[in-house]
Design a protein. Sequence first.
Length: 217
Amino acid sequence: MSTLTLYSYFRSSAAYRVRIALNLKGLDYDIVPVHLVRDGGEHLKPAYRALNVNALVPTFVDGDVNIHQSLAIIEYLEDVHPTPALLPSDPATRAQVRALALDIAADIHPIDNLRVLRFLKHDMGVTEEQKNAWYVHWIVEGFKALEARLAAQTSPGKFVVGDTPTLADCCLVPQIYNANRFKVDMTQFPRISAIHAHCQTLEAFQRAAPEAQPDAE
């Protein structure tokens, strides 16, 4: 059994990011599924809260090391397993990759997260249609800005930054999966769509996809 364990839910975009990073680095790891819907949510049970007090996925365990938050996990992997690198060595480009990753992980994803959608529907009383409109609105707003940044690149590559996958691609692909689930018109984002299409040709991204996970439904 691998010493690396990822507590994951197949549709969690945060867990999806980490799966991509682990695969890109060629690391062996075990997945422990944590169902976010069944029985009121397995992540809310005492056993999982003992592992991650935030009651969120993913949680990553490497021996005695326990890390929450997907970007922190990926940065840990970068430090411990630096090859292949998911962050460029040049400080300015490295900062650019982090900023683009955070455009997704900090600005788009949190306000469209499952617990936010549940609160909107069950506590605020919005309809299913209103909830979906909320979801689509924030993805589109975020992708408009991201598309503009990508279109302004002086030397665009096959990936978000350059010709090798980075932390930014680990964040982008799961967000596009979410956009497709909610039927966002991706033709308005040609650069984002082209990067996504190229990522999908790589085994690391294919193996990380929700439908390829042991808990896929």
